[in-house]
Design a protein around this ligand. Structure first.
Ligand code: CP
Length: 330
């Protein structure tokens, strides 16, 4: 069993020590990713399946790059090209893939709980949740934490303001769980329809409906986009009005949180949730987040992919050698 158990399904339930272990492991892969030759043999012979049944640019490509940098065999299965389009259930898809003996299955799915569901049915592979519906996106929270730790030296005690559609954000939920482990002061700010006071206070956040007080003295401002793909109901009367009140802009940051850094999980919608001046400016850590995403996912594949080594070795030892080695020349 690895330090974090067999699967990574969410941040909720992890201890601070487990998060620190993952971040410290990721730091080592940050270094690997700066080398001229970025490939290491750590997961040679292991198989990683990326089962992405919902759209993704950053998460899918970084899990693929992470697996390849670790020398794993990486297979990508996407929604549009999988047999789920012919009516196969998620459980049957997962069991089919497990029959090919992968070490890790990375899953992105539009339904909350999808990663838990397949983890319950798979008997050998580790499952990594790469974002499930409105529930959690743990690898995103870890890469955000790594980015904050690099920028501030520690996450401990930071004041983090999360701006925007927290209601439909799995990134916000994973970040809140993680940041609370480190004693951070977490504020959420959004229109009342998108930030239910009772829900977010129960998670240990302060809830604001106006930007100035939410931004006051923040170390980190995290900008979320409107997740129109979930719950089609309109939560704001119109986007222009939303933008006028909640866009993350340089004049607002300069006035209320002059020393803050800005994160965004992406995709960013310029002009609605964040201005280009901020996204491309000196406060922005958005590119750094994407770069760190590869190192964090290398760490997760290492921790969970290497987990099977002992069991696999025992099983392999029971198998008669196939005699495929090249014959020694006489
Ligand atoms: N941040 C994130 O999950 O981005 P993708 O949807 O592009 O993977």
């Amino acid at each position: 069993m690895s330090m974090i158990g067999r699967h990574l399904l969410g941040i909720n339930g992890l201890t601070r020590e487990q998060v620190e272990y993952l971040l410290t492991t990721a730091e080592q892969f940050v270094e690997v990713s700066t080398r001229n030759v970025k490939k290491v043999p750590t997961l040679r012979g292991k198989t990683v399946i990326n089962l992405f049944l919902e759209a993704s640019t950053r998460t899918r490509s970084s899990f693929e790059i992470a697996g390849k940098r670790m020398s794993a065999d990486v297979v990508n299965v996407s929604g549009s090209s999988s047999s789920t389009t012919k009516g196969e259930t998620l459980i049957d898809t997962a069991l089919t893939l497990e029959s090919m003996d992968p070490d890790v299955v990375v899953i992105r799915h539009a339904s909350s709980g999808a990663a838990h569901l397949i983890a319950k049915h798979l008997t050998r592979a580790s499952v990594i949740n790469a974002g499930d519906g409105l529930h959690e996106h743990p690898s995103q929270a870890l890469l955000d934490a790594l980015t904050m730790r690099q920028a501030f030296g520690t996450i401990e005690g930071l004041t983090v303001t999360i701006v925007g559609d927290v209601l439909r954000s799995r990134v916000a939920r994973s970040n809140i769980h993680l940041l609370r482990l480190f004693g951070c002061s977490v504020r959420v700010v959004a229109p009342p329809t998108l930030a239910k006071k009772a829900e977010f206070e129960a998670l240990g956040c302060q809830v604001f409906y106006h930007m100035p007080e939410a931004l006051e003295g923040a170390d980190v401002v995290m900008s979320l986009r409107m997740k129109h793909e979930y719950l089609k109901d309109l939560f704001v009367p119109n986007l222009d009005e939303y933008s006028r009140k909640y866009i993350v802009s340089e004049p607002m940051l300069a006035r209320y949180a002059p020393n803050c850094k800005v994160l965004a999980p992406g995709p960013i919608i310029r002009g609605t949730e964040i201005t280009s001046e901020v996204a491309d400016g000196p406060r922005s850590l958005i590119s750094r987040q994407v770069t760190n995403g590869v190192a964090v996912r290398m760490a997760l594949l290492y921790v969970l992919g290497a987990r099977r080594s002992d069991a696999a070795r025992e099983r392999d030892e029971e198998i008669e050698p196939l005699g495929l080695e090249a014959e020694a020349s006489s």
